[in-house]
Write a protein that binds this ligand. Sequence first.
Ligand SMILES: [Zn+2]
Length: 249
Amino acid sequence: MLDALPPQLPLWPDDNPAQGWAVRESRRARRLAIRVFHTGRVEVVVPRRTSRRAVAQFLDGHRAWIESKLSHARRHAVVPEPFPPSRIELSACGQSWRVHLAGGSAPVRARAIAPGILALAGDSSDARQVRRALRDWLAREARALLGPALADCARDMGVEYRRVAIRRQRTRWGSCSTRGTISLNGCLLFQTPQVMRYLLVHELVHTRHMNHSRSFWAEVARHCSEHARLDAELLDGWRRVPSWVFGET
Ligand SMILES: [Zn+2]
């Protein structure tokens, strides 16, 4: 690990030092490389024993590229959300919930007390407990909403599947096993209705084509003509997932 370069050397004297940037020495690196993270942090990976001068020159040479990456990161930055959230949007099903802190001393639970009002009843002083309560509620909503949505979609397409499992995963939106079990990520609820439907179509077509062959995509296209755009949107869909879903437990 090398120290970050002194503040007078960096290219962006007014950049946020808290996000900052760092130079990392790597034994495996053969040449200098720059990574710009979506948080705005810049990391320069350098082979061992690279001089500071070489790093500074390299950065100078890539200034325009880094700045364009940084401005992209700023435009797409995830705004930190207050916790507990005041609203939860389950856009896929057009549901909007206002979160009401109902108070009390019992272990905290999240439950709907009126249309569009989700009460956090009980002691909400421990953020971990509140997160858990919200996740339990999300899991119940996902089972209640995604299962029927999949069934409807399968009926429209004339496709059969064996059963559905709802999961909360960080890395995949859905899958289809060779035995016909379709797994859906509960976080689909935060996507647009079109994106959710695309994912359902995608997994249902996998019951017939267990691959991403031409025939697979041709059948997807028959049921969802905008699949390419929606697939790209889904890839970026993690940004729509509130931080409490995967935040520290
Ligand atoms: Zn697939």
